[in-house]
Write a protein that binds this ligand. Structure first.
Ligand SMILES: [Zn+2]
Length: 88
């Protein structure tokens, strides 16, 4: 999956535009953050800055994630409701 470079991505360190590139996750914790949040790991090709940036407010990935959490919440509440019904 290639997301390309968002037009408003600006390096927080050197303030240059269009220097940020998607950086590969190097550890499990980075992979987890990337999966559960809509932050992406970036590296600046100019100054070498590396960090997290939420560079898009609403994308397909974000919408999918929101739907996933909603589904999870509904599922959890259904399970809890059924358990409560069994107990009472
Ligand atoms: Zn930079």
């Amino acid at each position: 999956m290639t997301l390309g470079n968002p037009p408003y991505s600006k390096c927080p360190s050197c303030k240059s535009e269009n220097t940020l590139r998607n950086s590969h996750t190097q550890s499990i914790s980075e992979k987890i953050i990337r999966t559960i949040t809509w932050y992406e790991l970036f590296r600046c090709s100019k100054c070498g800055w590396r960090g997290w940036k939420s560079n898009y407010l609403l994308s397909v990935r974000t919408v999918k994630k929101i739907f996933f959490y909603l589904l999870l919440m509904i599922l959890a509440s259904v399970i809890v409701f059924n358990i409560l019904k069994m107990v009472i």
